[in-house]
Write a protein that binds this ligand. Structure first.
Ligand SMILES: [Zn+2]
Length: 277
């Protein structure tokens, strides 16, 4: 699932490709993509509006529209946007389409059907249930060391589960939580309130480092208009995770094998020697 950096790259790419363009018509082909907005409403809410800009909050992509509305999109597991010209067919699993004035169209494709869309009044955006409960943006001014320290101290859940809780810190998932804990020498299993002050300080810095490094790499990659996935690893980048998805590989610090454990149903990768507590 894309995390903050990937969603940020998707939002920036969409902003470059669609800002200031007029939507002449729109179709919601799979009603369950937008359970709170029925297909006729989806069409009328988007048609004839201009995309002012595209931005991000947490893992949500937000299209700010000239008619005072905002289209909220969560990509979830496999959702992606594709900007296609009039000669291209709709791909399989096309769930929504926005047609632009010049004949190009933005398609939302989602093989695994977990993506979500919703249209709200922009003035009420911060009250939408998807947005309202989100914790501070880790790269924003509200995310301070004091905030993180006091949030950590209020929960007995494991550090890993704490970091995945979008109401505490938004945008982190398995990848960047694992990477930030590794860089901080912090155990994913430690109850959050027991994390020492020095390790909390390291974690605060490293959350920001892993996210901004990934955005830095992602923003140097070319935008592929017909495949706006935001992926910063694989083709086009020699990005390598430190621990994520590297079970059995040697830890870069101590040569011990990297371990994978499952916490609350999600994989965590870590070095049991370097991340004892
Ligand atoms: Zn190690």
């Amino acid at each position: 699932m894309p995390e903050l950096p990937e969603v940020e790259i998707v939002a920036r790419s969409l902003d470059k490709l669609t800002a200031k363009r007029k939507i002449v018509s729109a179709e919601l082909l799979r009603a369950r993509l937008a359970p709170d907005t029925d297909p006729p409403r989806f069409a009328t809410d988007l048609e004839t509006s201009i995309v002012n800009f595209v931005h991000r909050r947490g893992k949500h992509v937000l299209f700010d529209l000239s008619n005072g509305r905002t289209l909220i999109t969560h990509l979830r597991m496999s959702g992606k946007f594709m900007l296609l010209d009039s000669s291209a067919e709709n791909p399989k699993f096309t769930h929504a389409i926005m047609n632009f004035e010049d004949g190009e169209r933005l398609v939302f494709q989602d093989q695994r059907h977990f993506g979500l869309m919703k249209i709200v009044d922009t003035s009420d955006l911060n009250e939408a249930k998807e947005i309202r409960k989100l914790g501070p943006e880790p790269l924003g001014d509200d995310f301070t060391f004091e905030y993180l320290r006091s949030a950590l101290r209020t929960t007995k859940r494991s550090l890993k589960e704490f970091l995945l809780d979008q109401t505490k810190v938004c945008g982190l998932g398995n990848i960047y939580a694992s990477e930030a804990m590794f860089l901080s020498g912090a155990s994913p299993r430690i109850p959050a309130y027991k994390l020492s002050k020095p390790k909390s300080a390291a974690l605060y810095e490293n959350i920001r480092v892993v996210l901004s490094d990934a955005i830095g790499v992602g923003s140097t990659l070319p935008i592929v208009a017909h495949d706006i996935g935001g992926s910063i690893y694989g083709i086009g980048s020699d990005w390598k995770w430190r621990v994520y998805d590297r079970e059995g590989d040697e830890c870069a610090n101590c040569d011990s094998p990297i371990k994978r454990i499952v916490q609350a149903g999600r994989s965590t990768y870590y070095c049991s020697k370097c991340q004892k507590r």
